[in-house]
Write a new protein. Structure first.
Lengths: 313, 250
């Protein structure tokens, strides 16, 4: 049994999403091959070669593979995929974008967002935004999986170093042209990868007051999130929305402030390790999922919270 | 230029789902069903392109049982010109939907197919990409902004590390994200008008593609309930607890 892992990386390092996929792949077999496609990314290949279970790294480099398109990447994968029984990549926007193209061309199903591997062909995945988990079994010649990265620990660098083999780039597909990439304001960590998220809801009452959330987030080095109510009220733009139709997050610490806890919101954050709820309504449903609840006036509590964090331990 | 929009009938986004006591699936009895919210956004975008005289026709397609007619009726009320139901009692999974849509695309010859980035029931996020691959068309997924250039579209994609802007040649498949637009409310006159329009029905089995489900569901279980619910009285106490758990950054 052999598994092909398509690496998500930033040109310098493997993203932690790929390391989670390595852990998942190692549960399926011990012959792992990592495909690194990019431009000037030997360093990434070198890093990939050091993880336990990795037998080979395929390195495909070309200038047009920097921010590689789904079209180019899927062709690259299809070129080598028939040697494998498993193909895995993270269930991030990177993986979601190209892997279904591979599955469709192979005429096999894809299992999205795998959170647990039960057997070589039985997997658990969330449906209805995590309000239910479905165990699915399938029988395909190649199993094509995206991995929910919050469900598997990131693999740790080993001592070994596997062979790195260059793979020739293919002809570029010209129907898609990359124009540019705009980085989110990178002052704060990415919402989906942050260790701490501070999220605000309707209780903040205004866009101006939402700055209180930012102040607390700055103190904690946290990402900012918001409930749909806060987004709909115009307090913050909707790329900050956490929930069923927004982003799904599972940080170490999620602090929900002035959020009542509508089911759509809970769907997006209830897998967080520790949840703190701050709300003036002691009966708000958010308290049912919170590890720690504090009932009170957020306009008093947030400044106090900020101040408390400045205290030396 | 024709635009085809695929719309899925799903449990309404405000409804709390119930898992069957024997864990054999989701109990859909008497649940309110609606158009997948992401597909509403896809349709809205198509209708706007029609209103801007970029598109000549907007065709809504839905696949499934005859009950999908409700979804197509609402698509017509929202501005679709006509509607096609690909009818089947078979539980359709993304690969099957992509194969069926491919046949419809080959028949209707749209320049653009727009879909929601995912359905809020199975959350697979596959169908658009699979359709693009089967057609050998380029794709733009998670689109939050769309500009019309002649024979091309410029799309802004919402990706985990920000925004990515691509120029895509037509014909193409686009899947849309929440920020693209805010779908209009359906007005009563438009609901009435939609009742006059006909929905063409095609039997999926006649389209000659393999639509059998590949994923067999063994069990559907609720998520583990969270344990907790400790109330703290003061901020001091809260911060002390968090420090104890070592979840605060040092």
């Amino acid at each position: 049994m052999k598994a092909l892992i398509i690496a998500e990386h930033d040109g310098q390092h493997l993203k932690s999403s790929t390391r989670s996929v390595l852990t998942a792949a190692a549960e399926l077999c011990n012959d792992l091959v990592v495909l690194v496609a990019g431009h000037d990314c030997e360093k990434v290949a070198l890093e990939a070669s050091r993880f336990g279970g990795v037998k080979k790294v395929l390195l495909a480099q070309a200038p047009f593979y920097q921010r590689i398109s789904a079209e180019d990447l899927s062709e690259l994968v299809l070129k080598i995929v028939e040697d494998f029984q498993y193909v895995l990549t993270p269930a991030t926007t990177f993986g979601k974008n190209f892997l279904p193209r591979v599955a469709a061309r192979l005429d096999v199903a894809q299992v999205s967002d795998v959170v647990k591997i039960i057997s070589p062909r039985t997997f658990v995945r969330p449906i209805y935004a995590g309000n239910a988990y479905q165990t699915v079994e399938l029988n395909e010649r190649i199993y094509v999986l995206t991995i929910r990265t919050t469900a598997f620990k990131a693999a740790i660098l080993g001592e070994q170093s596997a062979e790195i083999e260059a793979m020739a780039p293919l002809e570029p597909i010209k129907t898609v042209k990359f124009i540019r990439h705009e980085q989110s304001v990178a002052k704060r960590p990415d919402l989906t990868q942050a260790r701490v998220v501070v999220a605000g809801g309707r209780g903040l009452q205004s866009k101006e007051n939402f700055q209180l959330i930012e102040q607390l987030a700055d103190k904690l080095g946290a990402a900012i999130g918001a409930s749909r109510a806060a987004v709909d009220a115009g307090f913050i733009s909707n790329d900050y929305q956490v929930g069923q139709t927004g982003k799904i997050v599972a940080p170490e610490l999620y602090i929900a402030i002035g959020i009542s806890g509508a089911i759509q919101h809970l769907a997006g954050m209830k897998d967080s390790k520790v949840i703190v709820a701050i709300n003036k309504d002691g009966n708000a449903p958010i308290f049912q999922v919170a590890d720690y609840g504090l009932v009170g006036d957020l306009f008093k509590i947030i400044p106090e919270f900020c101040k408390e964090l400045e205290q030396p331990t | 230029m024709k635009i085809l929009v695929a719309t899925k009938r799903v449990v309404d986004y405000n409804v709390r789902i119930r898992i069957k006591p024997d864990h054999s699936g989701i109990d859909l009895t008497n649940l309110k069903m609606s158009m997948n919210p992401f597909d509403e956004i896809a349709l809205e975008q198509a209708v706007r392109l029609k209103e801007a005289d970029v598109a000549s026709e907007v065709i809504a397609v839905s696949l499934g049982t005859s009950e999908c007619q409700e979804v197509l009726r609402s698509a017509l009320a929202r501005g679709a010109c006509r509607a096609v139901l690909v009818e089947t009692a078979v539980e359709l999974q993304p690969l099957a939907v992509a194969k069926l849509l491919k046949v419809i695309v080959e028949r209707e010859k749209p320049q653009l197919v727009i879909l929601g980035k995912q359905a809020i029931d199975d959350d697979s996020n596959q169908t658009g990409q699979m359709l693009a691959a089967l057609l050998n068309w380029p794709q733009g997924t998670f689109v939050s902004e769309l500009k019309w250039l002649k024979n091309q579209v410029e799309v802004t994609r919402e990706v985990d590390d920000g925004l990515e802007i691509l120029n895509i040649d037509l014909p193409a498949v686009l899947t849309v994200d929440l920020r693209l637009n805010e779908p209009r409310h359906i007005s009563l006159p438009n609901i009435m008008k939609a009742k006059q329009k006909t929905i063409e029905t095609i039997q999926a089995e006649e389209l000659g593609v393999d639509i059998n489900p590949r994923l067999m569901s063994l069990e559907t279980t609720p998520p583990l309930p969270r344990i907790g619910g400790v109330r703290v009285e003061t901020v001091k106490e809260l911060v002390a607890k968090l420090k104890e758990l070592q979840v605060l950054p040092v």
